[in-house]
Design a protein around this ligand. Structure first.
Ligand code: HEM
Length: 357
């Protein structure tokens, strides 16, 4: 339901009151305890009470002369007009069942290196595209995609899931797409009862000149964990130390239906832990990125610890089967523990050279 005019919004007054007072809307899950984020879309207490009072006092129109100018919404791209757009071939989505991840390799045809300052994924059919990840596969890399889904060294260009905002980098930063690279779209379709066909697109806006910093999406994840049946607070931790200096830009936690909380911590050299982001409650249906309002400069050797908590009990209304022991897997009934994080590093580095200590 669009809320772009009074008439569209008025019938929802009660639901709006309820959803903003319960913090269900707008969707945002960073605990205010920790960190400040540039894409924080939560409402202030006074905004919440304005909406709630409007609903309880008859949801009136107010005075037309006080109305703000009519807002013009972008049609299509939310990033500036892209310099290049790449599209997957059409895929036939069945009406039901589980669909394996689909991989579409789309050559860029770039004959020189390009720095991407902004990118946006537009799924072909929003109702059934559960998520899409667009990877940058450098020329000569034949290891990916592969049927075993073994992790790839390819860098991530963009991650789309419902509610995602486009990737717009600060000035002086870009993601590098080398000449001759392919874009690999990984798309997970979740059928919804209707057969369909979809093509998804990614739009790229290039930097005017090569930026001094290169942005990489890194991750710390765990593959070997087993959540016992009925466990309420099962913690899975992963840690590592930064191989080189980096400017930390933001986070994207990923779990499935039993995910309950996800915490990003760093441990200062004096042993003091500091929580950078606490996502609580974690909600599988809102796969969001959290972009730091101020990027954080970290030194090589900084210890990073991510803590995921799962609820495999019947208490968790999302739990598809509390009697199951759950481990890593691609489908939503299985679990994942992935803490993605974006860093900006010297533009001369790539993912491999960044990891040389
Ligand atoms: C102040 C801002 C917002 C208000 C007042 C608002 C209000 C609402 C209301 C009243 C509902 C229906 C809830 C119900 O069925 O009980 C709803 C559902 C929904 N909203 Fe929002 N919303 C806001 C922001 C957003 C944003 C920013 C997004 C996307 C990023 C979003 C996406 C959705 C979706 C996908 C649903 C359906 C969710 C479901 O059925 O679980 N909303 N919203």
């Amino acid at each position: 339901m669009p809320f772009t005019t009074f008439n569209e919004t008025r019938p929802w007054a009660k639901a709006i009151r309820q959803s903003v007072l319960s913090n269900k809307m707008p969707p945002w899950f960073a605990d205010p305890c920790c960190g400040q984020f540039s894409n924080d879309r939560s409402l202030t207490d006074s905004e919440r009470s304005t909406l709630a009072e409007w609903a309880t006092s008859g949801a009136l129109t107010g005075n037309a002369v006080d109305a703000p100018p009519v807002r013009v919404w972008p049609k299509g791209w939310n990033i500036p007009v892209p310099d290049a757009v790449f599209e997957t071939p059409a895929f036939n989505i069945p009406a039901g069942g589980e669909v394996d991840y689909q991989y579409f390799v789309v050559p860029t045809g770039f004959t020189d290196d390009r720095w991407v300052q902004a990118s946006e994924v537009r799924p072909g059919d929003r109702a059934v595209v559960h998520h899409a990840v667009v990877y940058i596969r450098e020329p000569g890399d034949t290891s990916f995609p592969n049927p075993k889904h073994t992790p790839t060294k390819a860098d991530i260009l963009n991650v789309y899931a419902p509610g995602a905002s486009p990737d717009i980098l600060p000035a002086g930063m870009g993601r590098l797409v080398k000449a001759g690279s392919d874009l690999v779209f990984e798309i997970h379709y979740t059928p919804n009862g209707k057969r369909g066909q979809a093509r998804s697109r990614v739009g790229l806006k290039f930097s005017a000149s090569p930026p001094p910093k290169r942005v990489l999406t890194l991750q710390m994840n765990k593959l070997d964990f087993h959540i016992p049946p009925h466990a309420r607070d099962f913690r899975v931790t992963v840690w590592g130390t930064l191989p080189n200096d980096a400017l930390l830009l933001g986070f994207f936690p990923h779990m499935h239906l039993r995910g309950k909380e996800f915490e990003y911590n760093l441990v200062r050299s004096n042993g003091q832990p500091e929580t950078l982001l606490r996502v609580r409650p974690y909600d599988f249906y809102w796969q969001l990125s959290y972009r730091l309002a101020t990027p954080l400069a970290l030194n090589a050797g900084t210890r990073l610890e991510w803590v995921a908590t799962y609820d495999n009990s019947a208490n968790n209304p999302r739990n598809p089967d509390p009697d199951a022991e759950v481990g890593y897997g691609l489908q939503s009934r299985e679990e994942m523990m992935v803490g993605f994080f974006d860093v900006a590093v010297d533009a001369s580095l790539d993912k491999q050279s960044y990891f040389i200590r």
